[in-house]
Write a protein that binds this ligand. Structure first.
Ligand code: KG4
Ligand code: ZN
Length: 357
């Protein structure tokens, strides 16, 4: 009797919320992109990202410079997101922001800004886990992407993380395996730096790889647990390989850039696919979704499409603009939490090492 009554109440509560117009402002500032997005009932009205060019000359993100740039960018970025969405801030239902994981100085900017704005407008504040947002980006309503059904396996591949996650529901996720050292994005970026390419090098390796031979050189695939990853050895292997070859021929990199990039990308993608195959065998789930900046990589996208044909998997690849850091993914988690009435208090704190669940 009690169960029946509770069910009815929840049903009523969710239905009443679903019929109303929900406008969520999402704010993302976990690393070096300042981003704001406005979402209306699951659809993106605006999605603004300010990249920080300053890090290019240092070959990687400098945390202190990142937080200063967020301070400069956050007000104009939010203004632009509201203007593009063509709504007034008074129409907002709630503010969702990245609580973690990420760089503390960067997270503090978005967290403090979001708290103040939510308090000023008298609307709910919703904290969001950045990695969960990369996964739930698949639930943004957009003609260019399909929504996975539960349960599915998510491969989250970014500059800070490499994880295989079993996703049972929006808010029930279990990490099955992750990297024991560097993230895959770091492997791309650090290898690119060794090749003399600017930060972030991942997209450049991808670009040069398109015109190279993936079998030209071979790099080792690190051996760790079935669902674990390791990338620090690969970076060292690239360094020794380049040192050895440039000692023989000082022009080795220029003359072989496309082939080096293609071979490196082939090794990384093959390694990621090996791990996904292990996860499918272990869980019996063959619905695979990818997320995070590295999911923009053409090699992994192609490998997943092939796996549909060859292995019978169903794969979900997010729209390009929802792969790398963005605030639309924060807004969709905000909306899902809003529907659950899952709000944060004003004493919520930025959490650099935030766990997924
Ligand atoms: O998710 P993201 O934007 O930020 C983090 O949360 O880390 O991921 C950034 C990472 C960088 O390492 C960048 O080099 C990598 O994603 N990346 C790529 C590509 N586009 C972005 N790596 C390989 N191929 C790409 N096309
Ligand atoms: Zn990210």
């Amino acid at each position: 009797m009690i169960t029946f009554y509770c069910f009815n109440f929840t049903h009523y509560k969710n239905n009443s919320l679903k019929t109303q117009d929900i406008y969520i402002l999402g704010i993302e500032s976990s690393c070096d992109d300042t981003a704001a997005a406005v979402m209306h009932n699951g659809r993106v009205l605006s999605n603004v990202v300010a990249n920080q060019k300053i890090h290019e000359e240092y070959g990687g993100v400098v945390p202190e410079l990142a937080s200063r740039a967020h301070q400069q960018n956050i007000v104009p970025v939010v203004h632009q997101a509201l203007r593009k969405a063509n709504i007034d801030k008074k129409q907002l239902s709630a503010i969702a922001f990245t609580q973690g994981p990420g760089l503390m100085g960067s997270l503090l900017v978005g967290t403090s800004f979001s708290k103040s704005l939510a308090m000023g407008l008298g609307i709910p504040l919703i904290s969001v886990n950045h990695m969960q947002a990369h996964i739930l980006a698949h639930f943004i309503k957009d003609e260019a992407q399909t929504t996975p059904s539960f349960p599915f396996i998510a491969l989250t591949i970014s500059g800070g993380h490499t994880q295989i996650v079993k996703v049972d529901d929006y808010f029930r996720m279990e990490i099955l395996g992750e990297t024991i050292d560097d993230a895959v994005g770091e492997a791309f970026d650090k290898s690119a730096k060794i090749l003399g390419l600017p930060y972030p090098g991942g997209p450049l390796i991808d670009k040069y790889a398109q015109h190279g031979d993936p079998t030209a050189f071979s790099f080792p695939k690190p051996k760790v647990g079935d669902l674990e990853f390791s990338f620090s050895g690969l970076k060292t292997a690239v360094l020794y390989f380049v040192e050895r070859e440039t000692a023989k021929d000082p022009h080795f990199i220029e003359e072989n850039l496309h082939n080096i990039c293609a071979s490196l990308q082939f090794t990384i993608v093959d390694y990621l696919m090996d791990k996904l195959k292990n996860a499918v065998v272990k869980t019996g789930i063959n619905r695979i979704a990818i997320g995070g900046g590295v999911s923009a990589n053409s090699g992994i996208r192609k490998a997943l499409k092939n796996a549909e044909k060859e292995l019978g998997w169903t794969t979900y690849i997010p729209k390009f603009e929802y792969c790398t850091d963005n605030a639309a993914m924060i807004a969709i988690v905000g909306e899902l939490k809003y529907l659950n009435g899952d709000f944060s208090k004003q004493n919520v704190v930025a959490t650099a090492r935030m766990k997924l669940s």
